[in-house]
Design a protein around this ligand. Sequence first.
Ligand code: CTP
Ligand code: MG
Length: 231
Amino acid sequence: MPDDERVLVIIPAAGSGVRFGGDVPKQFLPLGGKPLVQRVVERFLFDAVVTRVVVPVADMLLSAVKTAPGDRVQFVAGGATRLQSVMRGLEAAGVEFDLIAIHDAVRPFFSLDTFHATLDAARTHGAAFPGMPLPDTVHQIADDAISSTPDRSVLVAAQTPQCFRAEVLRDVIERAAREDADATDEAGLAAKYGHRVQLVRGDSMNFKITRPEDLVMAERIYAEWGGESDA
Ligand code: CTP
Ligand code: MG
């Protein structure tokens, strides 16, 4: 990692967690006694390669998470979609970054090794993401029945942190804004706009907390690891 390289991490945390349900958005639920988003932010802040962390959150929560000037972490208002939240984060962060990583607030078990490998691949290729081969066969469904079965060997499940050279992400975001595009991840958008998006091997532990049972499993894993990620 070059010494003077500036790395921005955007952690979109403005979702409402429809699939999870409940009154409190899942990213604010506790894991080992601390909100998920706080665990994720702290792990990035612990990493010396990270220059700044920007966290888009819902408007109504902004006042609860004020930042002091000079802090490495900054909270900003998110948007109606994940991509809009990322856009707001990018705008608020300014331009002085070389590499930008985007990580879901609800993936508490990402590894710093994979993060660094993904940053390295993005520095070389322009964009990179951690992906996992699929254990299950995947079918396309129409009218509650299989319409086709893609070849599993060419499919991967996308994880985060997804990493980009700053000019690549800016190009992707500008084009998406112009076309009013939406997407569930930026890696796919970058590929759609003609950028090479390098695959890096992901981790099975880096699952996304999507439904209540995922948080139950996360609590078990956290307890077994003895809370080693506590700062
Ligand atoms: N996200 C965001 N702004 C949005 C929507 C999502 O910042 N308008 C964030 C979520 O907070 C989460 C990440 O994007 O950290 C991944 O999204 P997902 O797991 O889909 O979370 P939600 O969109 O909140 O959940 P659901 O799709 O079930 O509603
Ligand atoms: Mg969502």
